[in-house]
Design a protein around this ligand. Structure first.
Ligand code: 13P
Ligand code: SF4
Length: 405
Protein backbone atom coordinates (compact mmCIF):
# COMPACT_ATOMS: atom_id res chain seq x y z
CA UNK A 1 0.00 0.00 0.00
CA UNK A 2 1.23 3.48 -0.72
CA UNK A 3 0.73 6.09 1.97
CA UNK A 4 -0.76 9.32 0.89
CA UNK A 5 2.09 11.43 -0.45
CA UNK A 6 0.33 14.33 1.20
CA UNK A 7 0.62 12.75 4.64
CA UNK A 8 0.85 15.38 7.32
CA UNK A 9 4.16 13.83 8.18
CA UNK A 10 6.02 16.91 9.18
CA UNK A 11 3.22 18.69 11.02
CA UNK A 12 4.15 17.50 14.45
CA UNK A 13 7.87 17.30 13.95
CA UNK A 14 8.26 20.69 12.29
CA UNK A 15 7.97 22.97 15.31
CA UNK A 16 11.40 21.89 16.52
CA UNK A 17 13.04 22.69 13.19
CA UNK A 18 13.20 25.33 10.52
CA UNK A 19 12.58 24.99 6.82
CA UNK A 20 12.53 27.32 3.86
CA UNK A 21 9.70 28.86 1.90
CA UNK A 22 10.37 27.19 -1.43
CA UNK A 23 9.13 23.84 -0.21
CA UNK A 24 5.95 25.39 1.10
CA UNK A 25 6.96 25.01 4.75
CA UNK A 26 7.76 27.55 7.42
CA UNK A 27 10.53 30.12 6.86
CA UNK A 28 14.23 29.38 7.21
CA UNK A 29 16.20 32.55 7.73
CA UNK A 30 19.32 30.80 6.42
CA UNK A 31 18.89 31.05 2.68
CA UNK A 32 19.37 34.10 0.55
CA UNK A 33 15.94 34.45 -1.05
CA UNK A 34 17.30 36.62 -3.90
CA UNK A 35 19.63 33.97 -5.20
CA UNK A 36 17.38 31.00 -4.43
CA UNK A 37 16.99 28.71 -7.41
CA UNK A 38 13.32 27.76 -7.81
CA UNK A 39 12.34 24.10 -7.77
CA UNK A 40 9.86 24.04 -10.67
CA UNK A 41 12.37 24.05 -13.59
CA UNK A 42 14.14 20.98 -12.16
CA UNK A 43 11.01 18.91 -12.71
CA UNK A 44 11.36 19.20 -16.47
CA UNK A 45 15.07 18.32 -16.70
CA UNK A 46 15.85 14.83 -18.03
CA UNK A 47 17.37 12.21 -15.72
CA UNK A 48 20.78 11.93 -17.43
CA UNK A 49 21.30 15.68 -17.09
CA UNK A 50 20.13 15.66 -13.46
CA UNK A 51 22.58 12.85 -12.68
CA UNK A 52 25.45 14.75 -14.27
CA UNK A 53 24.62 17.97 -12.44
CA UNK A 54 24.30 16.17 -9.10
CA UNK A 55 27.69 14.51 -9.59
CA UNK A 56 29.27 17.82 -10.55
CA UNK A 57 28.24 19.37 -7.19
CA UNK A 58 29.44 16.28 -5.32
CA UNK A 59 32.80 16.51 -7.02
CA UNK A 60 33.13 20.21 -6.29
CA UNK A 61 32.33 19.81 -2.57
CA UNK A 62 34.28 16.61 -1.99
CA UNK A 63 34.42 15.59 1.66
CA UNK A 64 32.66 18.76 2.81
CA UNK A 65 29.41 17.22 1.59
CA UNK A 66 27.95 13.93 2.81
CA UNK A 67 24.88 12.46 1.16
CA UNK A 68 23.21 9.83 3.34
CA UNK A 69 20.46 7.47 2.17
CA UNK A 70 18.13 5.13 4.04
CA UNK A 71 17.77 1.62 2.63
CA UNK A 72 14.16 2.35 1.57
CA UNK A 73 15.26 5.10 -0.77
CA UNK A 74 14.72 4.60 -4.50
CA UNK A 75 17.70 3.34 -6.54
CA UNK A 76 18.07 6.52 -8.65
CA UNK A 77 18.76 8.48 -5.48
CA UNK A 78 20.81 5.77 -3.74
CA UNK A 79 23.21 5.92 -6.71
CA UNK A 80 24.26 9.41 -5.56
CA UNK A 81 24.69 8.70 -1.85
CA UNK A 82 28.04 8.41 -0.07
CA UNK A 83 26.69 6.07 2.57
CA UNK A 84 23.47 4.17 3.11
CA UNK A 85 22.19 2.38 6.17
CA UNK A 86 19.37 1.58 8.56
CA UNK A 87 18.26 4.14 11.12
CA UNK A 88 20.89 3.12 13.68
CA UNK A 89 23.75 3.09 11.19
CA UNK A 90 22.68 6.45 9.78
CA UNK A 91 22.73 7.96 13.29
CA UNK A 92 26.28 6.73 13.78
CA UNK A 93 27.31 8.06 10.37
CA UNK A 94 25.93 11.50 11.21
CA UNK A 95 27.69 11.42 14.58
CA UNK A 96 31.06 10.77 12.93
CA UNK A 97 30.65 13.11 10.00
CA UNK A 98 34.36 14.12 10.01
CA UNK A 99 35.32 16.83 7.53
CA UNK A 100 31.81 17.29 6.21
CA UNK A 101 29.95 20.56 6.79
CA UNK A 102 26.70 19.69 5.01
CA UNK A 103 24.68 16.51 5.22
CA UNK A 104 22.01 16.03 2.57
CA UNK A 105 19.68 13.46 4.05
CA UNK A 106 17.86 11.21 1.59
CA UNK A 107 15.58 9.70 4.19
CA UNK A 108 12.70 11.15 6.18
CA UNK A 109 12.30 14.09 8.52
CA UNK A 110 13.00 12.39 11.86
CA UNK A 111 16.25 10.94 10.46
CA UNK A 112 17.42 14.39 9.38
CA UNK A 113 16.55 15.80 12.82
CA UNK A 114 18.58 13.02 14.45
CA UNK A 115 21.50 13.82 12.14
CA UNK A 116 21.31 17.52 13.10
CA UNK A 117 21.39 16.63 16.80
CA UNK A 118 24.24 14.13 16.57
CA UNK A 119 26.41 16.06 14.12
CA UNK A 120 26.17 19.23 16.24
CA UNK A 121 26.71 18.09 19.82
CA UNK A 122 28.48 20.67 22.02
CA UNK A 123 31.72 18.61 21.84
CA UNK A 124 31.63 18.34 18.06
CA UNK A 125 30.78 22.02 17.66
CA UNK A 126 33.70 22.93 19.93
CA UNK A 127 36.10 20.74 17.96
CA UNK A 128 35.01 22.60 14.79
CA UNK A 129 35.34 25.98 16.55
CA UNK A 130 31.58 26.48 16.48
CA UNK A 131 31.11 25.59 12.83
CA UNK A 132 27.82 23.69 12.31
CA UNK A 133 27.15 20.75 10.09
CA UNK A 134 24.05 21.86 8.20
CA UNK A 135 21.51 19.13 7.52
CA UNK A 136 19.25 19.44 4.48
CA UNK A 137 16.20 17.33 3.60
CA UNK A 138 15.56 17.66 -0.17
CA UNK A 139 11.76 17.56 0.26
CA UNK A 140 10.13 18.69 3.50
CA UNK A 141 7.11 16.49 2.73
CA UNK A 142 9.31 13.43 3.31
CA UNK A 143 7.94 12.65 6.74
CA UNK A 144 6.88 9.49 8.55
CA UNK A 145 3.22 8.79 9.23
CA UNK A 146 4.16 6.63 12.22
CA UNK A 147 6.13 9.49 13.78
CA UNK A 148 3.04 11.66 13.40
CA UNK A 149 0.97 9.23 15.46
CA UNK A 150 2.54 10.48 18.70
CA UNK A 151 2.58 14.22 19.27
CA UNK A 152 4.41 15.77 22.22
CA UNK A 153 1.23 17.18 23.75
CA UNK A 154 -0.48 13.80 23.50
CA UNK A 155 2.48 12.09 25.19
CA UNK A 156 2.61 14.70 27.96
CA UNK A 157 -1.13 14.32 28.53
CA UNK A 158 -0.80 10.52 28.64
CA UNK A 159 2.06 10.82 31.13
CA UNK A 160 -0.04 13.03 33.40
CA UNK A 161 -3.06 10.70 33.11
CA UNK A 162 -1.14 7.54 33.93
CA UNK A 163 0.45 9.42 36.84
CA UNK A 164 -3.00 9.39 38.47
CA UNK A 165 -2.80 5.60 38.69
CA UNK A 166 0.88 4.62 38.79
CA UNK A 167 4.12 6.23 39.91
CA UNK A 168 5.63 7.67 36.74
CA UNK A 169 9.01 7.89 38.50
CA UNK A 170 9.03 4.13 37.91
CA UNK A 171 8.06 4.40 34.23
CA UNK A 172 10.89 4.63 31.69
CA UNK A 173 9.76 6.29 28.45
CA UNK A 174 11.26 4.68 25.35
CA UNK A 175 10.76 6.28 21.98
CA UNK A 176 11.42 4.53 18.70
CA UNK A 177 13.82 6.68 16.68
CA UNK A 178 10.89 7.15 14.24
CA UNK A 179 9.58 10.09 16.25
CA UNK A 180 9.93 13.87 16.39
CA UNK A 181 12.89 15.35 18.29
CA UNK A 182 10.44 16.74 20.87
CA UNK A 183 9.57 13.17 21.90
CA UNK A 184 13.21 12.22 22.15
CA UNK A 185 13.64 15.28 24.37
CA UNK A 186 10.70 14.09 26.51
CA UNK A 187 12.57 10.81 27.02
CA UNK A 188 15.78 12.66 27.85
CA UNK A 189 13.97 14.71 30.50
CA UNK A 190 12.25 11.72 32.09
CA UNK A 191 15.16 9.28 32.41
CA UNK A 192 14.24 7.58 29.13
CA UNK A 193 15.95 6.55 25.96
CA UNK A 194 15.63 6.15 22.18
CA UNK A 195 15.70 2.79 20.38
CA UNK A 196 15.89 1.61 16.80
CA UNK A 197 14.68 -1.67 15.36
CA UNK A 198 18.21 -3.05 15.65
CA UNK A 199 18.65 -2.48 19.40
CA UNK A 200 15.11 -2.48 20.81
CA UNK A 201 15.66 -5.53 23.01
CA UNK A 202 18.90 -4.20 24.53
CA UNK A 203 17.19 -0.84 25.11
CA UNK A 204 14.20 -2.46 26.86
CA UNK A 205 16.62 -4.39 29.05
CA UNK A 206 18.36 -1.09 29.89
CA UNK A 207 14.97 0.41 30.75
CA UNK A 208 13.96 -2.47 33.04
CA UNK A 209 17.23 -2.09 34.93
CA UNK A 210 16.04 1.42 35.81
CA UNK A 211 12.29 1.20 36.27
CA UNK A 212 9.34 -1.12 36.77
CA UNK A 213 7.53 -0.28 33.56
CA UNK A 214 8.09 1.14 30.11
CA UNK A 215 5.99 3.53 28.06
CA UNK A 216 6.89 2.64 24.47
CA UNK A 217 5.99 4.92 21.55
CA UNK A 218 5.06 5.44 18.76
CA UNK A 219 5.15 1.90 17.27
CA UNK A 220 3.04 -0.61 19.18
CA UNK A 221 4.25 -3.47 16.96
CA UNK A 222 7.98 -3.00 17.55
CA UNK A 223 7.25 -2.57 21.27
CA UNK A 224 5.06 -5.68 21.47
CA UNK A 225 7.24 -7.90 19.28
CA UNK A 226 10.32 -6.96 21.30
CA UNK A 227 8.72 -7.34 24.75
CA UNK A 228 7.37 -10.77 23.77
CA UNK A 229 10.96 -11.96 23.24
CA UNK A 230 11.62 -10.96 26.87
CA UNK A 231 8.89 -13.15 28.34
CA UNK A 232 6.49 -10.30 28.93
CA UNK A 233 2.93 -11.47 28.27
CA UNK A 234 0.59 -9.53 26.03
CA UNK A 235 -1.79 -9.15 29.01
CA UNK A 236 0.90 -6.96 30.57
CA UNK A 237 1.01 -4.69 27.53
CA UNK A 238 -2.06 -2.46 27.40
CA UNK A 239 -2.35 -0.26 24.31
CA UNK A 240 -2.67 3.46 25.01
CA UNK A 241 -5.01 5.17 22.56
CA UNK A 242 -4.33 8.92 22.72
CA UNK A 243 -7.84 9.60 21.41
CA UNK A 244 -9.63 7.59 24.12
CA UNK A 245 -11.39 9.57 26.80
CA UNK A 246 -9.80 7.98 29.86
CA UNK A 247 -6.51 6.23 30.57
CA UNK A 248 -5.89 5.64 26.87
CA UNK A 249 -8.94 3.35 26.80
CA UNK A 250 -7.71 1.13 29.67
CA UNK A 251 -8.98 0.30 33.14
CA UNK A 252 -6.96 1.28 36.21
CA UNK A 253 -6.22 -2.41 36.78
CA UNK A 254 -4.75 -2.79 33.27
CA UNK A 255 -2.41 0.13 33.85
CA UNK A 256 -1.49 -1.09 37.33
CA UNK A 257 -0.68 -4.57 35.98
CA UNK A 258 1.24 -3.28 32.99
CA UNK A 259 4.92 -3.81 32.27
CA UNK A 260 5.01 -2.17 28.84
CA UNK A 261 2.42 0.43 27.91
CA UNK A 262 2.26 0.47 24.11
CA UNK A 263 1.33 3.61 22.22
CA UNK A 264 -1.34 3.07 19.57
CA UNK A 265 0.82 3.80 16.53
CA UNK A 266 1.99 1.77 13.56
CA UNK A 267 3.75 1.92 10.22
CA UNK A 268 1.21 2.00 7.41
CA UNK A 269 3.71 0.22 5.14
CA UNK A 270 4.49 -2.75 7.41
CA UNK A 271 0.97 -3.26 8.73
CA UNK A 272 -0.04 -4.36 5.22
CA UNK A 273 1.77 -7.70 5.57
CA UNK A 274 -0.68 -10.41 6.66
CA UNK A 275 -0.40 -13.99 8.01
CA UNK A 276 -2.24 -15.26 4.92
CA UNK A 277 0.60 -13.94 2.74
CA UNK A 278 3.02 -16.02 4.81
CA UNK A 279 0.79 -19.11 4.50
CA UNK A 280 0.46 -18.70 0.73
CA UNK A 281 4.21 -18.45 0.18
CA UNK A 282 4.82 -21.50 2.35
CA UNK A 283 2.23 -23.45 0.40
CA UNK A 284 3.45 -22.37 -3.05
CA UNK A 285 7.21 -22.44 -2.33
CA UNK A 286 8.12 -25.26 0.06
CA UNK A 287 11.30 -24.45 2.00
CA UNK A 288 10.90 -20.70 1.59
CA UNK A 289 12.10 -18.52 4.48
CA UNK A 290 10.01 -15.61 5.71
CA UNK A 291 12.08 -12.57 6.69
CA UNK A 292 10.28 -9.54 8.14
CA UNK A 293 10.83 -6.20 9.80
CA UNK A 294 9.62 -5.99 13.46
CA UNK A 295 7.31 -3.10 12.53
CA UNK A 296 5.05 -5.87 11.15
CA UNK A 297 2.08 -6.84 13.36
CA UNK A 298 2.53 -9.66 15.88
CA UNK A 299 0.54 -12.23 13.89
CA UNK A 300 3.09 -11.93 11.04
CA UNK A 301 6.19 -11.45 13.18
CA UNK A 302 5.39 -14.55 15.30
CA UNK A 303 5.24 -16.90 12.32
CA UNK A 304 8.19 -15.46 10.37
CA UNK A 305 11.47 -17.38 10.33
CA UNK A 306 13.55 -14.26 10.99
CA UNK A 307 12.68 -10.72 12.10
CA UNK A 308 15.05 -7.78 12.15
CA UNK A 309 15.97 -4.24 11.15
CA UNK A 310 16.63 -3.34 7.54
CA UNK A 311 20.36 -3.80 8.24
CA UNK A 312 19.73 -7.30 9.60
CA UNK A 313 17.50 -8.18 6.62
CA UNK A 314 20.28 -7.18 4.22
CA UNK A 315 22.99 -9.05 6.12
CA UNK A 316 20.84 -12.17 6.42
CA UNK A 317 20.29 -12.30 2.67
CA UNK A 318 23.97 -11.54 1.96
CA UNK A 319 25.08 -14.44 4.17
CA UNK A 320 22.66 -17.00 2.71
CA UNK A 321 23.67 -19.81 0.37
CA UNK A 322 22.89 -19.55 -3.37
CA UNK A 323 19.46 -20.96 -4.14
CA UNK A 324 17.91 -19.82 -0.82
CA UNK A 325 14.27 -18.81 -1.21
CA UNK A 326 12.98 -15.74 0.64
CA UNK A 327 9.70 -13.87 1.01
CA UNK A 328 10.59 -10.53 2.57
CA UNK A 329 8.19 -8.29 4.48
CA UNK A 330 9.58 -4.80 4.38
CA UNK A 331 9.53 -1.75 2.12
CA UNK A 332 9.37 -2.48 -1.61
CA UNK A 333 12.44 -0.55 -2.80
CA UNK A 334 14.73 -2.44 -0.44
CA UNK A 335 13.29 -5.81 -1.46
CA UNK A 336 13.66 -4.96 -5.16
CA UNK A 337 17.27 -3.88 -4.58
CA UNK A 338 18.02 -7.14 -2.78
CA UNK A 339 16.52 -9.02 -5.72
CA UNK A 340 18.79 -7.18 -8.14
CA UNK A 341 21.89 -7.58 -5.96
CA UNK A 342 21.34 -11.30 -5.25
CA UNK A 343 20.37 -13.04 -8.49
CA UNK A 344 21.85 -16.23 -7.00
CA UNK A 345 18.91 -16.35 -4.55
CA UNK A 346 15.16 -16.40 -5.10
CA UNK A 347 13.66 -13.30 -3.51
CA UNK A 348 9.95 -12.43 -3.34
CA UNK A 349 8.05 -9.51 -1.90
CA UNK A 350 5.81 -10.85 0.88
CA UNK A 351 2.65 -8.91 -0.02
CA UNK A 352 0.61 -9.12 -3.25
CA UNK A 353 0.01 -5.36 -2.98
CA UNK A 354 2.57 -2.58 -3.28
CA UNK A 355 3.85 -1.53 0.18
CA UNK A 356 6.17 1.38 -0.25
CA UNK A 357 7.14 4.32 1.88
CA UNK A 358 5.57 7.01 -0.27
CA UNK A 359 6.94 9.83 1.85
CA UNK A 360 10.54 8.67 1.50
CA UNK A 361 9.84 8.29 -2.22
CA UNK A 362 9.27 12.03 -2.43
CA UNK A 363 13.03 12.53 -2.40
CA UNK A 364 13.82 12.25 -6.08
CA UNK A 365 16.48 13.46 -8.51
CA UNK A 366 14.88 16.88 -9.16
CA UNK A 367 14.71 17.64 -5.42
CA UNK A 368 18.23 16.36 -4.84
CA UNK A 369 19.69 18.39 -7.72
CA UNK A 370 17.77 21.50 -6.64
CA UNK A 371 19.07 21.15 -3.07
CA UNK A 372 22.67 20.67 -4.21
CA UNK A 373 22.73 23.46 -6.76
CA UNK A 374 21.25 25.84 -4.21
CA UNK A 375 24.00 24.75 -1.83
CA UNK A 376 26.55 25.69 -4.46
CA UNK A 377 24.87 29.11 -4.69
CA UNK A 378 25.21 29.47 -0.91
CA UNK A 379 21.54 28.71 -0.18
CA UNK A 380 20.63 26.18 2.47
CA UNK A 381 17.22 24.98 1.34
CA UNK A 382 15.08 22.83 3.63
CA UNK A 383 17.52 23.02 6.48
CA UNK A 384 16.54 20.85 9.42
CA UNK A 385 17.52 22.68 12.58
CA UNK A 386 16.41 21.39 15.96
CA UNK A 387 16.06 24.17 18.54
CA UNK A 388 18.71 24.29 21.28
CA UNK A 389 16.50 23.22 24.19
CA UNK A 390 15.05 20.23 22.31
CA UNK A 391 18.54 19.40 21.10
CA UNK A 392 19.97 19.34 24.62
CA UNK A 393 17.39 16.86 25.98
CA UNK A 394 17.03 14.68 22.91
CA UNK A 395 20.82 14.30 22.77
CA UNK A 396 20.72 12.82 26.28
CA UNK A 397 18.23 10.15 25.15
CA UNK A 398 20.16 9.48 21.92
CA UNK A 399 23.50 9.20 23.70
CA UNK A 400 21.99 6.70 26.15
CA UNK A 401 20.94 4.67 23.12
CA UNK A 402 24.35 4.85 21.46
CA UNK A 403 25.96 3.68 24.71
CA UNK A 404 23.70 0.59 24.98
CA UNK A 405 25.42 -2.47 23.55
P1 13P B 1 15.32 0.62 10.31
O1 13P B 1 16.10 1.26 9.24
O2 13P B 1 15.81 1.03 11.64
O3 13P B 1 15.22 -0.86 10.18
O4 13P B 1 13.82 1.19 10.25
C1 13P B 1 12.97 0.99 9.22
C2 13P B 1 12.08 2.11 9.06
O5 13P B 1 10.90 2.01 8.96
C3 13P B 1 12.64 3.39 8.97
O6 13P B 1 11.63 4.25 9.05
FE1 SF4 C 1 7.81 5.75 8.66
FE2 SF4 C 1 6.92 3.36 7.87
FE3 SF4 C 1 8.10 5.01 6.10
FE4 SF4 C 1 9.53 3.84 8.04
S1 SF4 C 1 8.48 2.85 6.34
S2 SF4 C 1 9.65 5.98 7.40
S3 SF4 C 1 8.04 3.83 9.73
S4 SF4 C 1 6.15 5.37 7.20
Amino acid sequence: MAESPLSASTRQSLPTTTANPVSGSAGSGVSNADSMLPLAPYKTVGEPELRERIESVREEFGKRLLILGHHYQQDDVIAHTDLRGDSYQLSEMAASSGECRTIVFCGVHFMAETADILANTPDRLASRRGERVNVLLPDMAAGCSMADMAGIRQVEAAWADMGEVIDTEQVIPVTYINSAASLKAFCGRHGGIVCTSSNAQAVLKWAFERGQRVLFFPDQHLGRNTALTMDIGEEQMPVWDPYALELGGNSEAQIENSRVILWKGHCSVHQMFRPEHVAKFREDHPGIKILVHPECPRDVNDIADISGSTGKIINTVKAAAPGTKWAIGTELHLVNRLKAEHPEQEIHFLSPVVCMCATMYRIDLPHLCWTLENLREGNLVNQIRVDDETMKWSLIALERMLAVK
